[in-house]
Write a protein that binds this ligand. Structure first.
Ligand SMILES: Nc1ncnc2c1ncn2[C@@H]1O[C@H](COP(=O)(O)OP(=O)(O)OP(=O)(O)O)[C@@H](O)[C@H]1O
Ligand code: SF4
Ligand SMILES: [Mg+2]
Length: 333
């Protein structure tokens, strides 16, 4: 199957006063039509930068230094800005954690949704208004015609997020990239927004990339998962495989830090000591080594993402020993 989005060996760096800081190391990923791919990892692991690179939205100091990004059969890197603009905001759109920062406070919700359609779909005002009303209804906002006339700051956080999703859907995107879209919302609203995204995927057969640091959300939403650490993909698997047979110590640690309703009272939730290293682009060996309980001599060698079984890859040369040992300790469960 040809993927809707194929990212191959993407590398990027930020220019700073102290010189270039390498940020992404040969990141490869793909998303199929109608699929939900979750990208998970701690703060600073490179999740946002990966997708901002794909969208051509890196700030002035960010530059792509290698790789390919093919979307819907078209190479995006090196595309003239005008052509990129035509794709961004229509076929491929992005929503963020902070809807307030993405919506313009000076324009009504209706104007902002219609503007995108008038630019990309060439609709007249009447047709754009009709479609905007439909979309506001689709994302579950009550009384769409009154929402059309409201300014962003007059809506609650959950309503603003829905309005931003309506705006992202304005031009029938094939791919929606959602960067921690519900982190700022309470759990009930988060569950509603996630249900909305799943329904939209089913109904519109849209592909979704969901960036999150929440493994619970991954379990609920993902078809496939990529785990990022320090600018590299360290594990990639279908969601069931990832939860049942995590191959990388970092993924294992992330999974041990999720609470479950079935937890016995005495179960200790583990946290991962330390943080993602700074200037990780300079580390030649395993980037997780200084936090990994399984590190041994040899881990300072460069790690490659290796397939351990069909469509399940991990970047840890000790994966088989670790899995064997874990099975013995847990009695095979
Ligand atoms: N404009 C910038 N200039 C310099 N470095 C940057 C810039 N933006 C991001 N970085 C660095 O790039 C790395 C990856 O950042 P990124 O924002 O992608 O992390 P993330 O995984 O999305 O984290 P979070 O979960 O906190 O959103 C971090 O080390 C960050 O400090
Ligand atoms: S390569 Fe070594 S340090 Fe890195 S995750 Fe594997 S065991 Fe841990
Ligand atoms: Mg981020």
């Amino acid at each position: 199957m040809t993927s809707l989005l194929e990212v191959d060996s993407l590398e990027m760096a930020f220019s700073t006063d102290a010189g270039d800081i390498k940020c992404l190391d040969r990141v490869s990923l793909h998303v199929n039509q109608g699929e939900i791919l979750c990208i998970v990892g701690e703060s600073g692991s490179g999740k946002s930068v990966t997708l901002l690179s794909v969208m051509g939205l890196l700030g002035e100091n960010g530059k792509i230094t290698g790789g390919k990004v093919v979307f819907d059969g078209q190479e995006l890197l090196g595309l003239p800005e005008k052509e990129f603009d035509r794709i961004r905001g229509s076929k491929m759109t992005m929503i963020f954690q902070d809807a307030m920062a993405s919506l313009n406070p000076l324009f009504t919700i209706g104007n902002q949704i219609m503007e995108a359609m008038r630019i990309h779909l060439d609709l007249d005002r009447k047709a754009a208004r009709e479609r905007a009303l439909l979309l506001l209804d689709k994302v579950g906002l009550p009384d769409p015609s009154s929402i059309m006339n409201k300014y962003p700051h007059t809506l609650s956080g959950g309503m603003r997020q829905r309005a931003m999703i309506a705006m992202a859907l304005a031009c029938n995107p094939k791919l929606l990239i959602a960067d921690e879209p519900t982190t700022a919302l309470d759990v009930t609203i988060q569950a509603q927004i996630m249900e909305l995204l799943r329904n939209l995927r089913d109904e519109l057969h849209m592909s979704i990339i969901l960036i999150t640091h929440d493994m619970g959300l991954v379990a609920e939403m993902a078809d496939r998962v990529m785990v990022m650490y320090a600018g590299q993909i360290v594990e990639e698997a279908g969601v069931l495989d990832l939860f049942k047979k995590p191959g990388h110590p970092y993924t294992q640690a992330l999974l041990k830090s999720i609470p479950s309703i079935r937890d016995k009272e005495e179960r200790e939730l583990l946290t991962i000591d330390g943080t993602v290293p700074e200037h990780y682009g300079e580390i030649t060996g395993c980037r997780f080594a200084n936090r990994c309980p399984h590190a041994i001599d040899g881990c300072e060698q460069e790690q490659r993402l290796v397939e351990i079984e069909g469509n399940h890859g991990t970047r840890c040369w000790r994966r088989s020993d670790i899995r064997e040992r874990m099975t013995q300790v847990s009695g095979g469960n």
